[in-house]
Design a protein around this ligand. Sequence first.
Ligand SMILES: Cc1ncc(COP(=O)(O)O)c(C=O)c1O
Length: 277
Amino acid sequence: MQVFFNNEFVEDDKVHISPFDRGFQFADGIYEVIRYYPRNFFELDAHLKRLKYGLTELSITFSNVESIEAILTELISRNNLSDKTAIAYIQITRGAQRPRKHSYNDEAVPTFLAYVEEQPINYDTLNNGVKVGIEQDIRWHRCDIKTIALLPNVLSKQRAVQKNLFEIIWHRDGVITEGVQTNVAFVKDDVVYTPPLNNLILPGITRQTVLRLCRSLGIQTSEREIQLNELKNFNEIFLMSTTAEIMPVISIDDVVVGRGVPGNLTKHLQREFQKLH
Ligand SMILES: Cc1ncc(COP(=O)(O)O)c(C=O)c1O
């Protein structure tokens, strides 16, 4: 596969990452995942804006964000994916540095990797909905940064897979935050509720798109704290992410949501979302 590494397009097996890279040693870096639908990177500007936000928050000096669109477009072409549904993965770390120390040198040169790979939409799960579990959110307090430090996500997702669940929804001491790889929304009386943006959740691009879509369709939305003990009151629940799109939830820890099938408002939003790309 052709990837882009630092300043050039190369075969993936030609990439050499330093053993002293701070991404490797400290998870000192950020990433993005962007959907490619045939001929179009979905919400690319919003993803690049979030990438810039992460770079600023971590004081990583990487000045080539403006060239990313051209690089991704070229990657799609070089890997013959123009007519496919794919994802683009971008990672920027602070770069290599010696001697090993937690604090960083301003001279470290960031490491940049981008690649694209085919990833079809899973229409089966979109149509039938998915089962999820609930766990305590044990992450740090800067979940608004899309950092590559993902161990809590990895371990929660592994438990989900072992239990045949699609996703884990997290709560912090009884207040819902988000899913391992998704934002989450709840529906009651035709109003869409979702936790507000703060340092405890990722500002999801799909979440932002869905809220905008709701406004354009005249669907009422409310960004407010949602308590764990409120979950039983909602008729519909859905997940939102770049890879999962708008994914209906049909049960949480074996408690059925609504009628146990994707709800009408969720299906309506799915249809309208499909039209956007
Ligand atoms: C923790 C977390 N929340 C939410 C999302 C959804 O974000 P987006 O819609 O930008 O893909 C992701 C995506 O990877 C995520 O990792």
